[in-house]
Write a protein that binds this ligand. Structure first.
Ligand code: GDP
Length: 425
């Protein structure tokens, strides 16, 4: 049986027009992820249009045209293999649901590839995406300093941009020393999969080398068990079967469990994954499990299952650090949008704006601000309008993040730093 390579979700981030799409196209192309029949189609089209040689740029242009015409082709899967891993490219910030998907775990990235154009250096979205990556818990970063062809492969310019970036990374809490800064041209193909003769001064890894050197994320098995409920079924002959993905800890057969905020207890009778019974479920496992002592109507999507002796925390109020990503005007006390946290969606009120922070340094800029605007970071107090489970991000990171949505867009993202729990019994 073929052994599956470990899977990694890769977020490609960076300022608009710095070359994210081109880099992804280049990676797909050079790792053989573009299906041969598509390359053949392009080759023929290129010839027919009198373009003698088949070039990568042609692939990119054609892809762009097809995207604009709304045609979906195989390459849209954006999956590629390296020697060690297979990667799925998750949507970039800026795409509508990136932040929400990251937070609810639908596309939690294991690593990020940050693209910065050498001629421009660090720009607004570079800062925002680095801050967001840190907030969302992406610990591994690779940096491609792109468009090196446009600065004549100048080592001095590379070092300037590297220095700018190092400052920024340090401020938000990344360690620049353990991050690869790679001079690339996605257009030309320098240092993507092969060392480039255009950068003889560069001795480090190519992008593919750096991707291969990423660490496989460790499963958080030592944390308390948490399984947010996605759905609940009632199966005749078996009983109540909640389904969901284990985020942290280990669910074992025979375990006494508690569902919050439903405040119901039961015992795990059996666990099933891919239609097979398993004795225990680990983080990342999508399972259905039968619980004795719980009826279908007792629990629902958004409830969280945990061990009865360390039940999920229900917040009466919580303190959060948020960053406002997109608000049409000013966010003030009383604002009550929907918070998306694990599988729960609960309307919550901003009851206090405690401190406005410098989003880059975390330094307090203003006490008790009267409003927050796009780009602001702040410490706020939140009151859910209905009971909801959330955990301190320092204790159980997977359940400590949330996205704030209103009128179809993501207004803010944040992490829970303190909780006033609701007494449940
Ligand atoms: P995105 O918005 O970050 O996805 O950027 P794109 O990949 O769409 O690229 C923006 C523009 O920069 C396009 O016109 C690309 O052709 C160009 N570009 C991308 N990579 C390079 C590069 O390595 N060198 C040069 N000179 N231009 C590039």
């Amino acid at each position: 049986m073929a052994v599956e390579k470990p899977h990694m979700n890769l977020a490609v981030i960076g300022h608009i027009d710095h070359g994210k799409s081109t880099t992804v196209g280049r990676l797909l192309f050079e790792t053989g992820a573009v299906p041969p029949h598509i390359i053949e189609t392009y080759r023929k089209e290129a010839e027919a249009k009198g373009k003698g040689s088949f070039e990568f740029a042609w692939v990119m242009d054609s892809l762009k045209e097809e995207r604009e015409r709304g045609i979906t082709i195989d390459i849209a899967h954006k999956r590629f293999d390296t020697d060690k891993f297979y990667f799925t490219v998750v949507d970039c910030p800026g795409h509508r649901d990136f932040v929400k998907n990251m937070i609810t775990g639908a596309s939690q990235a294991d690593a990020a590839l940050l693209i910065v154009a050498a001629p421009d250096g660090v720009m607004e979205q570079t800062k925002e995406h680095v801050f967001l990556s840190r907030t969302l818990g992406i610990n591994q970063l690779i940096i491609g300093i792109n468009k090196m062809d446009a600065v004549k492969y100048d080592e001095k310019r590379f070092n300037e941009v590297k220095e700018q970036l190092s400052q920024l990374l340090k401020i938000v809490g990344y360690k620049p020393d353990s991050i690869s800064f790679i001079p690339i041209s996605s257009f030309v193909g320098d240092n993507i999969s092969k060392p480039s003769a255009n950068t003889p001064w560069y001795k480090g890894p190519t992008v593919l080398d750096a991707l291969n050197a990423l660490k496989e994320p460790e499963k958080p098995t030592t944390l308390p068990m948490r399984l947010p409920i996605q759905d609940v079924y009632s199966i005749s002959g078996i009983g109540t079967v909640p389904v969901g993905r284990v985020e942290t800890g280990i669910m074992k057969k025979g375990m006494k469990v508690s569902f919050m905020p439903a405040n119901k207890e039961g015992e795990v009778k059996s666990i099933e994954m891919h239609h097979e019974e398993i004795p225990q479920a680990l983080p990342g496992d999508n399972v259905g499990f039968n619980v004795r002592g719980i009826g279908k109507g007792d629990i629902r999507r958004g409830d969280v299952c945990g061990p009865a002796d360390v039940p999920p925390t229900v917040a009466d109020e919580f303190i959060a650090q948020v960053v406002v990503l997109h608000h049409p005007s000013a966010l003030t006390v009383g604002y009550t949008p929907v918070f998306h946290c694990h599988t729960a969606q609960v309307a919550c009120t901003f009851v206090e704006l405690q401190k406005k922070l410098d989003p880059r340094t975390g330094q307090v800029k203003e006490e008790n601000p009267t409003f927050l605007k796009t780009g602001d970071a702040a410490i706020v107090k939140i009151k859910p309008t209905q009971a909801m489970v959330i955990e301190k991000v320092k204790v159980i990171p997977q359940l400590g993040r949330f996205a704030v949505r209103d009128m179809g867009s993501t207004i803010a993202a944040g992490v829970c730093i303190d909780i006033t729990p609701k007494q449940m019994r």
